[in-house]
Design a binder for this molecule. Structure first.
Ligand code: PLP
Length: 405
């Protein structure tokens, strides 16, 4: 399959690049909407969407226009000066999400780190936890990014192995178990950090009622609930925020990925007045956080998400995709799950590694990503149409029922 030009790109990457990824053998050079094209002109339906950074689809024309316009006017001022994009960005994201305070950062992991710093500070200055004693509860099989602080409380050996020593102050409990949360809370607990649906772990949806219980426990024990919605947020699960499925509100919400529609790293910590209210000048910052280009891109990314009905479309097409996958009669399939357009097919171990199914899907014109050996993740841009879902389902049916030599 890999003819000379593709092999050449791959070999040159391998020669100079750190080998911290293991990509499929495809070299992409163009994207539009739900589709990407490789260097040889083959078209693929993107069923990964850069881990949900491309909810609005590739190269959305309105986000592109906002980016180009702003890039020709003012890109960066540093926060030493005000810029005319920051205030409207704050207002628009706060209004959309019902938040009181916003802290703009760049990558998702930085938003997580910033939330950890903020809730610790809140714990010492508002809750009255003795200095240096703050505890944060997290879940097993979490994914919150790759910085040193964050990988220190990962339970995945590949993520944390040989990167220590790590910062103390984290307790790990099972995901989806509210009783375990109650047991783990102490007077020094300042926050519970959790993903609404565990994405990297294989699209693990918690039992119904879990987050209602979690919300009550956090309120009762004065523990800040931090929802990492970097992957689940911004329409991916068929609601603006995944917390809305249980009608709860986090104290701190983390957004990233689709906050820029895939154009540029933009992340944000959103909170009630208390948590981010503890930060004073000089106590936290980022050269690029809140820059005018990021703000202009994020404003356009949020606008098109709402104006073009992408969130509702994710709910409708997600249901269609999920039902379609469930109706495929294949003895390779152990489970089909997800919410909105955050879906996964888990294969029986005897079906062999999920990666070879992803390679077979590539030949069929679909790019999807395996996770944890036996699971195929499916997360197309939220602009996908019914016809495109049906087209994809035919190819999934072919691939999941085929025999491998
Ligand atoms: C991707 C992701 C992150 C990290 O975001 P980066 O931009 O890669 O640093 C954090 N949390 C969740 C849930 C994610 O999916």
């Amino acid at each position: 399959m890999s003819n000379p030009p593709v092999a050449d790109f791959i070999a040159r990457e391998a020669r100079f690049g750190a080998r911290n990824y293991e990509p499929l053998g495809v070299v992409l050079s163009r994207g539009e909407g739900v589709f990407v094209w490789d260097t040889q002109g083959n078209r693929y339906l993107d069923c990964l969407s850069a881990y949900s950074a491309l909810n609005q689809g590739h190269c959305h024309p309105k986000i592109l226009a906002a980016m180009v316009e702003q890039a020709g006017r003012l890109t960066l001022t540093s926060r030493a000066f005000h810029n005319d994009q920051l205030a409207p960005f704050y207002e628009e994201i706060a209004e959309l999400t019902g938040s009181h305070k916003v802290l703009p950062m760049n990558s998702g992991a930085e938003a997580v780190e910033s939330a950890i710093k903020s809730v610790r500070k809140w714990g010492y200055e508002v809750k009255g936890v003795p200095d240096g004693q703050a505890e944060i509860i997290v879940c097993a099989n979490n994914f919150h990014g790759r910085t040193l602080g964050v990988v220190g409380f990962s339970t995945d050996p590949a993520t944390r192995g040989h990167f220590g020593p790590f910062a103390p102050g984290f307790r790990i409990i099972p995901f989806g178990d509210a009783a375990a949360l109650e047991e783990a809370i102490t007077p020094n607990t300042v926050a519970f950090l959790v993903e609404p649906i565990q994405g990297e772990a294989g699209v693990i949806v918690p039992p119904a009622g879990y987050f209602t219980g979690v919300r009550e426990l956090c309120t009762t024990h004065e523990v800040m609930l931090i929802l990492d919605e970097i992957q689940t947020g911004l329409g991916r699960t068929g609601k603006l925020l995944a917390e809305q499925h249980e009608g709860i509100e986090a104290d701190v919400t983390l957004l990233g990925k689709a906050l820029s529609g895939g154009f540029y790293p933009v992340s944000a910590v959103l909170s009630n007045n208390e948590v981010l209210g503890t930060l004073k000048p000089g106590q936290h910052g980022s050269t690029f956080g809140g820059n005018p280009l990021a703000c202009a891109v994020a404003r356009a990314a949020l606008r098109v998400l709402v104006e073009e009905g992408m969130i509702e479309n994710a709910a409708v097409q997600g249901e269609r995709f999920l039902e379609g996958l469930r109706s495929i009669r294949a003895n390779t399939v152990r489970d089909v799950r997800g919410r909105g357009l955050m879906l996964a097919v888990e294969l029986h171990p005897e079906a062999g590694p999920a990666r070879r199914y992803c390679e077979a899907l590539q030949v069929e014109g679909i790019l999807a990503k395996d996770t944890h050996e036996h699971t195929i993740r499916i997360a197309p841009p939220l602009v996908i149409t019914s016809d495109q879902v049906d087209w994809a389902l035919e190819r999934f049916a072919t691939t999941l029922t085929r025999d491998f030599p």
